[in-house]
Design a protein around this ligand. Structure first.
Ligand code: GAR
Length: 212
């Protein structure tokens, strides 16, 4: 299964996907990485690994519609079966969503539908919850609102800062995201824009997530 990964920053989830591919636990092939930021640290890793990369920048004052068109063209030109948002901090517009209906997934650092948006870990701390985690879901036009595919939970400690909680959540993201991609690749999870058939919905299947 050919995938394009969209990133904005550090790229630790992208690295986790690459490591799982190398380890033979994620049956995907990364045909390209697209960033909205030229200086995203993830791009250094991508270049070192020889993965094709593209930057579709969105600067203050830029026309958002043009950017959405350009992003859709760029991703489409790489011809993926699945688009993976791994720390991509922009809301997608109609052009990309319409070209890949039900074939765009995102990882988010909270147990959706709680705490969507840019500050999942801090919002969980502010909300006083004792358990948080990460969610992999299908992307729709909302902010972290699409159908949920899989989740992993972590405890929230009294001593946590947003950074320490995020770090604990990321350990789970790095296991869950490659595992979900693999399950989609082998057909154990099927997606469409409105429903997800997961191992949870079908008890005869089990979502296998490798140990950290
Ligand atoms: C990840 O924790 C991801 O869940 C989050 O950004 C981080 C990117 O880390 N995404 C969101 O908050 C989307 N709403 P990474 O660049 O190291 O993979």
């Amino acid at each position: 299964m050919d995938i394009v990964v969209l990133v904005s920053g550090r790229g630790s989830n992208l690295k986790a996907i690459c490591h799982a591919i190398d380890a033979g636990t994620c049956g995907a092939n990364i045909v390209g990485v697209v960033s909205d930021r030229k200086k995203a640290a993830a791009l250094d890793f991508v270049d070192a690994r020889g993965i094709p990369s593209r930057v579709v920048p969105l600067r203050k004052g830029d026309d958002r519609d043009l950017w959405n068109d350009s992003l859709a063209e760029t991703v489409t030109s790489l011809n993926p079966n699945l688009v993976v948002l791994a720390g991509f901090m922009r809301v997608l517009g109609a052009p990309l969503l319409e070209r890949f209906p039900g074939r765009i997934i995102n990882v988010h650092p909270a147990l959706l539908p709680a705490f969507p948006g840019h500050n999942g870990p801090q919002d969980a701390l502010d909300g006083g919850v004792r358990v948080s985690g990460c969610t992999v879901h299908i992307v729709d036009a909302g902010v972290d609102t699409g159908p949920i595919i899989a989740q992993a939970a972590v405890p929230v400690l009294v001593s946590d800062s947003a950074d320490s909680l995020h770090a604990r959540i990321q350990v789970q993201e790095h296991r869950l995201l490659p595992a979900v991609i693999h399950q989609i690749a082998i057909g154990a999870i099927t997606l469409d824009p409105f429903t997800v058939t997961t191992p949870v919905a079908d008890p005869s299947r089990s979502l296998t997530v490798p140990d950290a």
